[in-house]
Design a protein around this ligand. Structure first.
Ligand code: R5P
Length: 317
């Protein structure tokens, strides 16, 4: 019998391994839920045990294939709602479709808001996620959002580096708040790259604010998508005379040229988390994957037991 009465953990197909790791940390079994496809590709779900009155947590990142993973989570929510779960929390370690969070030109969508509407309308009562692309996306929901910081996940490995001349470098102004939090946490300085995006996978760098020469530099970003931003930042830091260089990003989307760029990047080590499953070979230990399972399981436990979630971060931020 689980020590958490009525807790039900369900996973979609985005990353069953992470869901298993979370279940293991919580010492509960994953609820047997089958997510399959009809011959025409439509998604079908069947939950094979009674979930009536349960406190249900669906673990599913909306990572690539983003449309399938998003649709799966919506259908899982619908299934649990119709099976009379008491409360449904969508645990979305990586919240996709987040980059379009405002109308910055005419005739474009706000997909971060559309996704929030879809999750709510499907029947989610709460959302839990890590390092949103922009924290104001929380306000797109009219239900509680537990927005977790990825920083505790990186804490140990950064401390292990014992950096004495640390500068945390933000890849753009948008990343500067996160970088500032890391700089404060590890007692380092802050530097910012003045980046402009000139195409979906093309960026143009104008200036660097802050000192990089002779510094031990950790370049921080919320995600590595094509790797353009973070690898360009590494190239610049190297050119500006950084002593040692590390990359860290919460969400390894790793599409397009990312793998090739990361392999060539002039850095000692790349730290990423497992909010998105990655299959990485040939990196000779250059990449270290840190698990968010302990963080998510602690937050799930606290939500389930009506305990504070923000106090997890009192040390880390
Ligand atoms: C930008 O605003 C984000 O924080 C990331 O820097 C960006 O999405 C990463 O994309 P890419 O790896 O394709 O440069």
């Amino acid at each position: 019998m689980s020590r958490f009465r009525n807790m039900c953990l369900v996973t979609g197909t985005a990353d069953p391994q992470l869901a298993e790791a979370i279940a293991k940390c919580l010492d509960v079994d994953l609820t047997n839920a089958e997510v399959s496809r009809f011959p025409d590709g439509e998604i079908n779900v069947k939950i094979n045990s009674d979930v009536r009155g349960s406190d249900a947590f669906i673990i599913q990142s909306t990572c690539p294939p983003v449309n399938d993973n998003l649709m799966e989570i919506l259908i899982l929510i619908d299934t649990l709602k119709r099976a009379s779960a008491d409360r449904i929390t969508a645990v979305i370690p990586y919240y996709g479709y987040a980059r379009k969070d405002r109308k910055d030109e005419g005739r474009v969508p706000i997909t971060a808001k559309l996704t929030a509407n879809l999750l709510e309308r499907a029947g989610a009562d709460r959302v839990m996620t890590i390092d949103l692309h922009a924290s104001q996306i929380q306000g797109f929901f009219d239900i509680p959002v537990d927005h977790l910081y990825g920083s505790p996940v990186f804490l140990d490995c950064f401390s292990r580096l014992k950096l004495k001349k640390l500068t945390v470098l933000a890849t753009d102004a948008g990343a500067s708040k996160r970088a500032q939090a890391y700089a404060r946490l590890f007692g380092g300085e802050l530097a910012i790259i003045d980046k402009r995006r000139v195409g979906p996978d093309k960026i143009e760098v104008a200036n660097v604010i802050g000192e990089l020469e002779g510094r031990e530099v950790i370049i921080i970003d919320d995600m590595i998508s094509t790797g353009g931003s973070i690898c360009e930042a590494a190239r610049i830091a190297n050119e500006k005379g950084a002593d040692r260089l590390f990359l860290a990003a919460t969400h390894p989307v790793l599409c397009g040229e990312a793998i090739n760029r990361l392999k060539k990047a002039p850095v000692e080590k790349i730290f990423i988390s497992d909010t998105i499953p990655v299959d990485i070979n040939d990196f000779d230990g250059k990449i270290e994957i840190l698990s968010v399972a302990p963080l998510l399981s602690e937050a799930i436990k606290r939500v389930h037991m009506n305990m504070s979630v923000s106090s997890i971060f009192e040390q880390a931020n």
